[in-house]
Design a protein around this ligand. Structure first.
Ligand code: DC
Length: 232
């Protein structure tokens, strides 16, 4: 399928399979895949390692702001997929722990953190075909994206998927705790003041509670054909 150089924005609730879907589309249609949530997770790991997050979850925002110039994050794309690095250090695994998941939503609600991440997302995606997933890609980062998708799924389906993912990675996980974390993140992400999670008016909604990955790509093919008049 001959897809033009477009930006596909994929937004939605936590653990709706945005990154799995985006990675698959990237592979099938030769798009550059960028995971905006990974950037927020990278900032969170940095804040944790610098000691800016207190035991009870409080964030020293002034100290983090002062230390932001010392942080560098970038993606490297290889056979293993897209991975997040800080300098030479691959932090892809560390940013996916439950501890990082527990702190990432409040960190991503800080306006200067969002501005810092947005600036980098723009510079990473200059030209070509790009698919980016997150919470505010179609509303704030790329409001003019040619195709916007909003993903959703039943909470219990999402919790089970994320739990299975953690277990497959060898991490200790508890289904109820995973479900709690997802509900909490959904709440904070949709109620924050700066760029809250919401569906862009022109986004196509995909509820994948009962869809296979194959069905998701068939759905996308149909959209691309209908919207851009692309023939097989
Ligand atoms: O997609 P994810 O679960 O890895 O994202 C982690 C967190 O980052 C999510 O809970 C909210 C935040 N995030 C955001 O605020 N805006 C984005 N565009 C992407 C993620």
């Amino acid at each position: 399928m001959n897809v033009p150089d477009i930006i596909i924005a994929v937004d939605g609730y936590s653990a709706t399979g945005k990154s799995t879907f985006a990675k698959l589309v990237a592979k099938e249609f030769a798009f550059l895949y960028l995971d905006s949530g990974a950037m927020y997770r990278g900032v969170t790991l940095y804040a944790m390692e610098k000691g800016f997050i207190g035991a009870e979850g409080s964030i020293d925002e002034d100290a983090l702001l002062a230390a932001m110039p010392g942080l560098e994050l970038h993606f490297e794309h290889s056979e293993e997929g897209t991975q997040l690095f800080t300098g030479p250090r691959n932090i892809e695994k560390e940013i996916r722990t439950m501890e990082v998941s527990g702190h990432v939503s409040p960190i991503s609600a800080i306006p200067y953190v969002r501005a810092w991440v947005d600036e980098r997302l723009h510079s990473f995606s200059e030209g070509g075909k790009v698919i980016m997933d997150g919470r505010d890609i179609g509303t704030t980062v790329f409001p003019n994206a040619e195709l916007k998708i909003f993903m959703t799924a039943k909470p219990e389906v999402r919790a089970q998927r994320r739990y299975d993912e953690l277990v497959a990675k060898g991490q200790v996980a508890d289904l109820a705790e995973v479900a709690r974390n997802l509900a909490e993140r959904d709440y904070i992400d949709s109620h924050r003041e700066t760029s809250p999670l919401r569906r862009a008016e022109d986004a196509y909604v995909m509820d994948n509670s009962d869809m296979t990955l194959h069905e998701e790509t068939v759905w996308l093919r149909g959209l691309l054909q209908g919207k851009f008049g692309i023939l097989e």
